[in-house]
Write a protein that binds this ligand. Structure first.
Ligand SMILES: [Zn+2]
Length: 413
């Protein structure tokens, strides 16, 4: 198999080591060796990095590939699946273009959109990152995702279930259709006034059934959970990924710390940041509207909870809820700035959330997310000192090389 040497880079390997000068030898789709200093082993192809910043590829931790220019759930419900497959394919490409070599799926506008795109990407027919495909959100009557009324049986962007048996059927259906990541809507949400974020419409019995069923099929299970009760129920039931998690108390923080080796937490702060700072004002969500919706209060809770989780060593992932009109697919790297500003992360530790933690969420065998011998070769070479200015990663022109699975998707001119 052909070998490639990325020579003389400043290597950020995401193992907590300080960046160092060295070279990386890639054999097939794996990193064969990492050479510290000036030594250069023989290789079939050599790419001169000239001291540029080499880091592992990033993982979007809560992907919605089929969201594009969304301003309302109508944009998810109305389009036909045939068109939406193209939307999801564009979302996948935008992520890879932005240095995201993996996406950990949350939910999609239709059940099989990410499944279809994942299969095409894996077959090498379209460009995209590694994809753990999400399906539809699974919710309960009257909660987030249920947009029907007695007089108007409107179907929302979700599968609705009531009771453990209906939950079992819904999760099995998702597994049959090829979904990797199941997503539950456990808590309420500020976009659904009858079930605000601190409420918990889904019952523990429903969550537990979903977890046991998903795990029986070897799939991961994740939850939209903002409420304290919802997050506690998720931990007790064995949920793998917790999305949002703004509200907390001491007991919940203790539970999450105890479960830190088996859970991942994704704050998805960009949506609220956009709403509260007027970036969504052109679409009717002014800072004043965000105030009525209670968004500044949710941001305060998010800061408290996720700062505490960082201090307790709980694994955070970046990304989440991109694909709205104010947050294009591919802009996910700006979450690194949010992690520093809101949760007190150092640049290096924020980058570890984006790379090592993301790799661990994608593949439980530890084969992804760091630059070490034996790991899968997903890397990005950046023109500039990323640790000095993390915003460089939001500029795709600075990403001079993008490698996924040992193949060069983008190479230096
Ligand atoms: Zn989401």
């Amino acid at each position: 198999m052909a070998t490639t040497l990325i020579a003389q880079a400043t290597i950020f390997d995401a193992t907590c080591a300080k960046p160092f000068t060295g070279s990386v030898l890639i054999d097939g789709n794996r990193i064969a060796s990492v050479i510290t200093g000036r030594d250069r082993p023989q290789a079939d192809h050599v790419i001169e990095a000239d001291g540029k910043f080499l880091m592992p590829g990033m993982t979007e931790g809560h992907g919605h590939l089929s969201f594009e220019n969304v301003t309302a759930t109508e944009n998810l419900i109305t389009p036909c699946p045939e068109e939406q497959v193209f939307t999801a394919a564009r979302g996948a490409k935008a992520l890879l273009d932005a240095g995201f070599t993996s996406v950990y799926g949350a939910s999609e506008a239709k059940l099989r959109l990410a499944v279809a795109v994942r299969n095409e990407v894996n077959a090498g027919r379209i460009p995209g990152p590694r994809i753990r495909a999400g399906g539809l959100e699974i919710s309960v009557t009257g909660a987030m995702g249920d947009e029907s009324k007695e007089h108007n049986p409107r179907v929302g962007p979700s599968t609705l279930v009531d009771g453990p048996e209906e939950m079992r059927k819904a999760v099995r259906t998702h597994c049959r259709e090829g979904v990797d990541n199941i997503k539950l809507d456990v808590s309420g949400d500020p976009f659904y006034p009858s079930t605000p974020g601190h409420t918990t419409p889904m019952s523990f019995e429903e969550i537990k059934m979903a977890v046991d069923t998903a795990h029986a099929y070897g799939r991961k299970i994740n939850a939209h959970t903002r409420s304290i009760q919802g997050s506690k129920d998720c931990i007790r039931a064995g949920v793998d990924g917790l999305f949002h998690c703004e509200y907390s108390d001491e007991a919940l923080l203790d539970m999450m710390e105890e479960a830190k080796d088996r859970i991942f937490v994704v704050p998805t702060i960009d949506l609220f940041d956009c709403m509260a700072t007027g970036k969504a004002a052109n679409w009717g969500i002014t800072a004043e509207v965000a105030g009525w919706m209670g968004i500044p209060g949710l941001i305060e809770e998010s800061i408290k909870t996720h700062t505490a989780l960082r201090q307790r060593g709980v694994r955070h992932l970046i990304g989440g809820d991109f694909g709205f009109a104010w947050s294009a697919q591919g802009a996910q790297a700006r979450d690194l700035q949010h992690f520093i500003k809101y949760y007190g992360y150092s640049s290096a530790d924020a980058l570890i959330c984006a790379t090592r933690n993301g790799g661990q969420a994608m593949m439980a065998d530890g084969s992804l997310g760091t630059i070490e011998a034996g790991k899968l070769a997903d890397m990005v070479l950046v023109d500039g000192d990323v640790l000095a200015d993390i915003s460089l990663l939001t500029d795709t022109s600075k990403l001079v090389l993008i490698m996924k699975d040992g193949s060069l998707y983008k190479s230096p001119a």
